[in-house]
Design a protein around this ligand. Sequence first.
Ligand code: NAG
Ligand code: NAG
Ligand code: NAG
Ligand code: NAG
Ligand code: NAG
Length: 471
Amino acid sequence: MAARLLLLVVILCSAVIIASSTSQNKNKNNSLPLPVPDGPDPCAGRRIHIRRLPASFNTHLLLYCATAFPLADPDSKSVPACTSLANHGLGPRTHNGTRSWYRTDARLLEPFFHRRLLEHDCLAARPAQADAVFLPYYAALDALPYVLHPDLLNSSALHGLPLARFLARHQPRVLARRHGHDHFFLLAGTAWDYSQPHDADPRWYGTTSLLRLPELANFTVLTLESRAWPWQEHAIPHPTSFHPSSLPRLRSWIARARRSRRTALMLYAGGVSRPSRLNIRGAILAECANRTSAVCTVVDCSAAACGLNPVAYMRPMLNANFCLQPPGDSPSRRSTFDAIVAGCIPVFFEHAAARMHYGWHLPRGRYDQFSVTIPKESVVMGDVRIADVLAAVPEDKVARMRERVLEMAPRVVYRRHGSAADLREATKDAVDLAVEGVLRRIRRRVSALESGHPDAIYELQDDDDDSDGRT
Ligand SMILES: *[C@@H]1O[C@H](CO)[C@@H](O)[C@H](O)[C@H]1NC(C)=O
Ligand SMILES: *[C@@H]1O[C@H](CO)[C@@H](O)[C@H](O)[C@H]1NC(C)=O
Ligand SMILES: *[C@@H]1O[C@H](CO)[C@@H](O)[C@H](O)[C@H]1NC(C)=O
Ligand SMILES: *[C@@H]1O[C@H](CO)[C@@H](O)[C@H](O)[C@H]1NC(C)=O
Ligand SMILES: *[C@@H]1O[C@H](CO)[C@@H](O)[C@H](O)[C@H]1NC(C)=O
């Protein structure tokens, strides 16, 4: 059994490596934008060089799936399961008949994103030609020993240092050229978990200082949630379980979500343990406990029950008009994206909740068209019943909002790698928008650097522009 597991891992690792080495040097024939003689260069400002890193920074880290860390809690699934590595990190399909639904573990977004970048239409073989440099570093996987091995808990300030040293020593010109401002990588976690001060004593267990490492401070890091002043990072959507590979598959799902009979007013999917009336989660549970399931459906996602089992919440979400998104732990944030894919109108309880984070994918200016915000104070104090507010929204307005939600859905979906051209051409998915956003931000920084205004680099200028991004 163990031997088979190891074999599986080795096969998966080599699949990524082979994919890297073949597509790094030549673009895929089917996606190479053909240069039009005398026309504009379709790759202008969009060339990405994928830095070659030793396997210890990426594919070897996938082996942690088979590692028993002393502090790993098997119930909370501290380490991604080896089966989740299937399909370049999308995980295994939910059942044999499906082509679009996977048991996706968000922590494996790092290898998946790497795989998808290999399909970028403007890869540059040499860094000197590139507008941006992608580091295929599996940062969250690399953090596991620091948070799960007792001998390393006090060393968590070292997370990322080997990478910084590698970049400083090998072809140092690549990093030095723009002081790292053109570099980016993905960190499949929340920025807070990686921004512990270096000198914190005692160390706060469960977190590292990766984002505080001075050597990496100029890089742009894609995270699943950002901090209040996200000049280093930018948040991208949590992956859902839906990864269509062609336009008809995307369209037929959206049509199903549009047609779905919504018998429940509202739904809450998340932890149900130890509810306290004094916070918004407790207030929601208290209100739902009093209501019939036609008013409020509760999907118990305690103990990671939902994570890899989309059937548990996608069906109920298809049957609800509104999906409640209390602020809090990451599962609830993921649930925002599940709700959008299901056409269930998200209900936020603080203005900052999602609006702050996902501007590249969910334009801030459109929140009021596709979501409802009910200030949490009024709910917790008992002044407002959520069901009363939502039941008062007129039916035609609900229908309009649902349309807006379904317009957002393709933007938060991570389409499958190797998808059909029709899908790639018709929509921009979560990866496309992340790459556009990164390139926009890097262009802004590099031009500030080159025009001699390095101060402007650190301005929190709103780069959440949802325009095409090409210059
Ligand atoms: C590349 O694409 C062109 C035009 O679509 C086609 O004629 C050619 O056969 C393709 N080459 C390969 C190697 O697939
Ligand atoms: C899916 O198909 C495989 C191979 O045909 C089979 O071994 C497996 O039992 C099937 N799984 C389910 C859930 O039907
Ligand atoms: C970690 O540091 C704390 C104090 O900063 C100390 O009490 C503890 O023994 C250290 N743990 C290890 C494993 O070295
Ligand atoms: C970060 O960028 C600033 C401004 O361009 C530069 O002065 C500094 O040396 C850079 N830091 C690193 C570690 O490269
Ligand atoms: C639940 O119902 C009881 C009895 O009708 C009522 O006293 C209580 O205030 C209700 N609680 C909530 C949170 O609506």
